[in-house]
Design a protein around this ligand. Structure first.
Ligand code: G1P
Length: 276
Protein backbone atom coordinates (compact mmCIF):
# COMPACT_ATOMS: atom_id res chain seq x y z
CA UNK A 1 0.00 0.00 0.00
CA UNK A 2 1.17 3.50 -0.78
CA UNK A 3 2.66 5.24 2.26
CA UNK A 4 0.58 8.24 3.34
CA UNK A 5 2.38 11.58 3.30
CA UNK A 6 0.80 12.80 6.56
CA UNK A 7 0.24 10.11 9.17
CA UNK A 8 0.15 12.07 12.41
CA UNK A 9 -1.90 14.92 13.75
CA UNK A 10 -0.93 17.01 16.76
CA UNK A 11 -3.64 18.52 18.94
CA UNK A 12 -2.35 21.21 21.29
CA UNK A 13 -4.83 20.96 24.16
CA UNK A 14 -3.07 22.23 27.25
CA UNK A 15 -4.54 25.77 27.37
CA UNK A 16 -6.72 27.00 30.21
CA UNK A 17 -9.77 28.13 28.23
CA UNK A 18 -10.22 31.25 30.35
CA UNK A 19 -12.80 32.70 27.96
CA UNK A 20 -15.20 29.97 29.00
CA UNK A 21 -14.86 30.24 32.76
CA UNK A 22 -16.50 29.04 34.90
CA UNK A 23 -17.39 26.16 32.48
CA UNK A 24 -13.72 25.31 32.01
CA UNK A 25 -12.68 25.50 35.66
CA UNK A 26 -12.65 21.73 36.11
CA UNK A 27 -13.30 20.62 32.52
CA UNK A 28 -10.93 20.92 29.54
CA UNK A 29 -12.13 23.50 27.01
CA UNK A 30 -11.59 20.89 24.29
CA UNK A 31 -14.36 18.85 25.92
CA UNK A 32 -16.93 21.65 25.51
CA UNK A 33 -19.64 20.10 23.45
CA UNK A 34 -21.26 21.38 20.26
CA UNK A 35 -24.51 19.40 20.21
CA UNK A 36 -23.48 16.02 21.61
CA UNK A 37 -19.83 15.95 20.53
CA UNK A 38 -16.85 17.56 22.24
CA UNK A 39 -14.79 19.99 20.15
CA UNK A 40 -11.76 17.72 20.15
CA UNK A 41 -13.78 14.88 18.66
CA UNK A 42 -14.69 17.07 15.68
CA UNK A 43 -10.96 17.70 15.20
CA UNK A 44 -10.06 14.01 15.48
CA UNK A 45 -12.82 13.09 13.00
CA UNK A 46 -11.50 15.67 10.54
CA UNK A 47 -7.99 14.18 10.79
CA UNK A 48 -9.33 10.64 10.50
CA UNK A 49 -11.35 11.50 7.41
CA UNK A 50 -8.16 12.96 5.93
CA UNK A 51 -6.51 9.53 6.29
CA UNK A 52 -4.56 10.22 9.50
CA UNK A 53 -4.70 7.55 12.18
CA UNK A 54 -2.11 8.62 14.76
CA UNK A 55 -3.48 11.29 17.05
CA UNK A 56 -0.89 13.02 19.24
CA UNK A 57 -2.40 15.10 21.99
CA UNK A 58 -0.56 17.72 24.03
CA UNK A 59 -2.31 17.83 27.36
CA UNK A 60 -1.72 19.47 30.68
CA UNK A 61 -2.95 19.38 34.26
CA UNK A 62 -6.69 18.84 34.56
CA UNK A 63 -7.08 17.34 31.09
CA UNK A 64 -7.68 13.71 32.00
CA UNK A 65 -11.20 13.80 30.56
CA UNK A 66 -9.69 13.92 27.04
CA UNK A 67 -7.87 10.61 27.58
CA UNK A 68 -10.97 9.04 29.07
CA UNK A 69 -13.07 10.21 26.14
CA UNK A 70 -10.90 8.35 23.64
CA UNK A 71 -10.95 5.16 25.66
CA UNK A 72 -13.39 2.34 26.28
CA UNK A 73 -15.68 2.76 29.27
CA UNK A 74 -16.59 -0.83 30.12
CA UNK A 75 -19.38 -0.11 32.61
CA UNK A 76 -21.14 2.21 30.20
CA UNK A 77 -20.70 -0.17 27.26
CA UNK A 78 -22.15 -2.96 29.38
CA UNK A 79 -25.12 -0.86 30.52
CA UNK A 80 -26.27 0.22 27.08
CA UNK A 81 -25.42 -2.92 25.10
CA UNK A 82 -28.45 -4.01 23.08
CA UNK A 83 -30.44 -0.85 23.87
CA UNK A 84 -31.41 2.00 21.54
CA UNK A 85 -28.79 4.16 23.25
CA UNK A 86 -25.98 2.15 21.76
CA UNK A 87 -26.00 4.17 18.54
CA UNK A 88 -24.94 7.28 20.48
CA UNK A 89 -21.53 5.71 20.95
CA UNK A 90 -21.08 4.72 17.30
CA UNK A 91 -18.92 7.71 16.30
CA UNK A 92 -16.52 7.36 19.21
CA UNK A 93 -16.31 3.56 18.80
CA UNK A 94 -15.31 4.06 15.17
CA UNK A 95 -12.51 6.42 16.23
CA UNK A 96 -11.23 4.10 18.94
CA UNK A 97 -11.24 1.15 16.54
CA UNK A 98 -9.19 2.87 13.85
CA UNK A 99 -6.88 5.38 15.56
CA UNK A 100 -4.09 5.36 18.09
CA UNK A 101 -3.74 8.06 20.72
CA UNK A 102 -0.49 9.25 22.29
CA UNK A 103 -0.26 11.90 24.93
CA UNK A 104 2.40 14.11 26.35
CA UNK A 105 2.11 16.93 28.83
CA UNK A 106 3.04 20.53 28.33
CA UNK A 107 4.07 21.47 31.84
CA UNK A 108 4.36 25.22 31.35
CA UNK A 109 2.12 27.40 29.22
CA UNK A 110 4.73 28.98 26.99
CA UNK A 111 2.72 29.42 23.83
CA UNK A 112 1.56 27.46 20.78
CA UNK A 113 5.10 27.14 19.42
CA UNK A 114 6.20 25.61 22.71
CA UNK A 115 3.20 23.25 22.70
CA UNK A 116 4.11 22.03 19.22
CA UNK A 117 7.75 21.57 20.22
CA UNK A 118 6.55 19.50 23.20
CA UNK A 119 5.01 17.12 20.66
CA UNK A 120 8.33 16.33 18.97
CA UNK A 121 8.81 12.95 20.72
CA UNK A 122 5.35 11.89 19.49
CA UNK A 123 5.84 13.08 15.93
CA UNK A 124 9.47 12.21 15.16
CA UNK A 125 11.08 13.20 11.89
CA UNK A 126 8.17 13.47 9.49
CA UNK A 127 5.75 16.11 8.21
CA UNK A 128 2.64 16.31 10.38
CA UNK A 129 -0.71 18.05 10.75
CA UNK A 130 -1.79 20.35 13.57
CA UNK A 131 -5.42 20.96 14.47
CA UNK A 132 -6.55 23.52 17.03
CA UNK A 133 -9.86 22.08 18.19
CA UNK A 134 -11.21 25.57 19.05
CA UNK A 135 -11.56 26.19 15.34
CA UNK A 136 -14.38 23.97 14.21
CA UNK A 137 -14.56 23.76 10.43
CA UNK A 138 -17.46 22.63 8.34
CA UNK A 139 -17.08 21.92 4.63
CA UNK A 140 -19.41 20.64 1.94
CA UNK A 141 -16.90 18.48 0.09
CA UNK A 142 -13.40 17.63 1.32
CA UNK A 143 -12.68 18.81 4.84
CA UNK A 144 -9.95 21.41 5.47
CA UNK A 145 -7.26 18.89 6.39
CA UNK A 146 -8.01 16.78 3.29
CA UNK A 147 -7.69 19.91 1.15
CA UNK A 148 -4.36 20.77 2.82
CA UNK A 149 -2.90 17.28 2.42
CA UNK A 150 -3.62 17.39 -1.32
CA UNK A 151 -1.71 20.66 -1.43
CA UNK A 152 1.14 19.27 0.66
CA UNK A 153 1.48 16.34 -1.75
CA UNK A 154 2.02 18.84 -4.52
CA UNK A 155 4.29 21.40 -2.78
CA UNK A 156 5.99 19.43 0.06
CA UNK A 157 6.30 22.42 2.39
CA UNK A 158 4.64 23.84 5.49
CA UNK A 159 1.11 25.13 4.90
CA UNK A 160 -1.21 27.28 7.02
CA UNK A 161 -4.94 27.58 6.43
CA UNK A 162 -6.04 31.19 6.09
CA UNK A 163 -9.18 33.25 5.80
CA UNK A 164 -10.02 36.90 5.30
CA UNK A 165 -11.06 38.62 8.50
CA UNK A 166 -12.34 42.04 9.48
CA UNK A 167 -9.28 44.32 9.36
CA UNK A 168 -10.03 45.47 12.94
CA UNK A 169 -9.58 41.88 14.22
CA UNK A 170 -5.95 41.35 13.16
CA UNK A 171 -4.78 41.44 16.78
CA UNK A 172 -6.51 38.10 17.42
CA UNK A 173 -4.62 36.07 14.80
CA UNK A 174 -1.36 35.31 13.08
CA UNK A 175 -1.50 37.41 9.90
CA UNK A 176 0.25 36.57 6.64
CA UNK A 177 1.03 38.36 3.39
CA UNK A 178 2.72 37.16 0.21
CA UNK A 179 2.38 36.42 -3.47
CA UNK A 180 -0.54 34.49 -4.90
CA UNK A 181 0.98 31.63 -6.92
CA UNK A 182 -2.29 29.86 -7.69
CA UNK A 183 -5.88 30.79 -6.99
CA UNK A 184 -6.15 30.89 -3.18
CA UNK A 185 -2.54 29.76 -2.61
CA UNK A 186 -0.12 32.35 -1.28
CA UNK A 187 3.63 32.04 -0.95
CA UNK A 188 4.28 33.71 2.37
CA UNK A 189 6.68 36.65 2.54
CA UNK A 190 5.49 38.15 5.82
CA UNK A 191 3.88 36.68 8.91
CA UNK A 192 3.18 38.47 12.19
CA UNK A 193 1.51 37.22 15.34
CA UNK A 194 -1.49 39.31 16.40
CA UNK A 195 -0.46 42.69 14.95
CA UNK A 196 -2.45 45.85 15.61
CA UNK A 197 -4.63 46.68 12.56
CA UNK A 198 -2.29 49.54 11.59
CA UNK A 199 0.72 47.20 11.66
CA UNK A 200 -0.89 44.23 9.90
CA UNK A 201 0.50 43.32 6.46
CA UNK A 202 -2.98 42.19 5.28
CA UNK A 203 -6.25 40.86 6.63
CA UNK A 204 -5.42 37.20 5.91
CA UNK A 205 -5.56 35.34 9.20
CA UNK A 206 -4.14 31.95 10.08
CA UNK A 207 -6.78 29.60 11.41
CA UNK A 208 -6.13 26.50 13.46
CA UNK A 209 -5.00 24.11 10.71
CA UNK A 210 -1.34 23.59 9.85
CA UNK A 211 0.83 21.12 8.01
CA UNK A 212 4.41 21.41 9.22
CA UNK A 213 7.63 19.92 7.91
CA UNK A 214 9.78 18.44 10.70
CA UNK A 215 12.58 21.04 10.43
CA UNK A 216 10.12 23.27 12.30
CA UNK A 217 11.26 21.59 15.56
CA UNK A 218 14.86 22.79 15.28
CA UNK A 219 13.63 26.24 14.33
CA UNK A 220 11.24 26.29 17.31
CA UNK A 221 14.10 25.36 19.66
CA UNK A 222 15.88 28.51 18.55
CA UNK A 223 12.81 30.75 18.46
CA UNK A 224 12.79 33.42 21.17
CA UNK A 225 9.57 34.24 23.01
CA UNK A 226 7.82 37.25 21.44
CA UNK A 227 4.16 38.30 21.58
CA UNK A 228 2.86 37.87 25.15
CA UNK A 229 6.22 36.39 26.19
CA UNK A 230 5.31 33.15 24.38
CA UNK A 231 7.10 31.04 21.77
CA UNK A 232 5.03 31.61 18.66
CA UNK A 233 4.60 29.10 15.82
CA UNK A 234 4.04 32.16 13.60
CA UNK A 235 7.64 33.34 14.21
CA UNK A 236 9.06 29.88 13.52
CA UNK A 237 7.06 29.66 10.29
CA UNK A 238 8.37 33.06 9.22
CA UNK A 239 11.92 31.74 9.69
CA UNK A 240 11.00 28.73 7.57
CA UNK A 241 9.44 31.00 4.93
CA UNK A 242 12.53 33.18 4.71
CA UNK A 243 14.77 30.11 4.25
CA UNK A 244 12.52 28.24 1.85
CA UNK A 245 8.78 28.11 1.27
CA UNK A 246 5.64 28.32 3.38
CA UNK A 247 2.18 28.51 1.83
CA UNK A 248 -1.01 30.16 3.01
CA UNK A 249 -4.09 28.31 1.76
CA UNK A 250 -7.49 29.92 1.54
CA UNK A 251 -9.51 26.86 2.44
CA UNK A 252 -12.99 26.10 1.15
CA UNK A 253 -15.49 25.88 3.97
CA UNK A 254 -16.60 27.72 7.07
CA UNK A 255 -14.71 28.14 10.32
CA UNK A 256 -16.35 28.73 13.67
CA UNK A 257 -14.19 30.25 16.37
CA UNK A 258 -15.41 28.06 19.23
CA UNK A 259 -12.79 29.61 21.50
CA UNK A 260 -15.24 32.40 22.17
CA UNK A 261 -18.89 32.35 23.15
CA UNK A 262 -20.26 33.99 19.96
CA UNK A 263 -18.53 31.52 17.63
CA UNK A 264 -19.50 28.61 19.83
CA UNK A 265 -23.17 29.59 19.79
CA UNK A 266 -23.11 30.15 16.00
CA UNK A 267 -21.59 26.68 15.48
CA UNK A 268 -24.19 25.14 17.75
CA UNK A 269 -27.10 26.78 15.91
CA UNK A 270 -25.74 25.95 12.43
CA UNK A 271 -24.90 22.34 13.22
CA UNK A 272 -28.24 21.87 14.93
CA UNK A 273 -30.02 23.06 11.79
CA UNK A 274 -27.93 20.83 9.54
CA UNK A 275 -28.28 17.71 11.72
CA UNK A 276 -31.98 18.12 12.56
C1 G1P B 1 -3.21 30.78 17.68
C2 G1P B 1 -2.04 31.26 16.84
C3 G1P B 1 -2.50 32.30 15.82
C4 G1P B 1 -3.65 31.74 14.99
C5 G1P B 1 -4.78 31.20 15.91
C6 G1P B 1 -5.82 30.46 15.09
O1 G1P B 1 -3.64 31.83 18.50
O2 G1P B 1 -1.04 31.79 17.68
O3 G1P B 1 -1.44 32.67 14.99
O4 G1P B 1 -4.15 32.74 14.14
O5 G1P B 1 -4.26 30.29 16.87
O6 G1P B 1 -6.89 30.05 15.88
P1 G1P B 1 -4.61 31.62 19.77
O7 G1P B 1 -6.01 31.62 19.22
O8 G1P B 1 -4.24 30.32 20.39
O9 G1P B 1 -4.38 32.80 20.67
Amino acid sequence: MEQKSIRKCLFPAAGYGTRFLPATKAMPKEMMSVLTKPLIQYGVEEAMQAGISNMCIITGRGKRAIEDHFDICYELEDQIRGTSKEKSLASIRKIIASCTFSYTRQMQMKGLGHAILTGKPLVGNEAFAVILADDLCSCEGRNVMEQMILLYDKYQCSIVAIEEIEPSHTDQYGIIAGTEIEDGIIKVTSMIEKPKPEEAPSNLAIIGRYILTPDIFDILKKTEPSKNGEIQITDALMTQASKGKVLGYRFKGKRYDCGNVDGFVEATIDLYRVNK
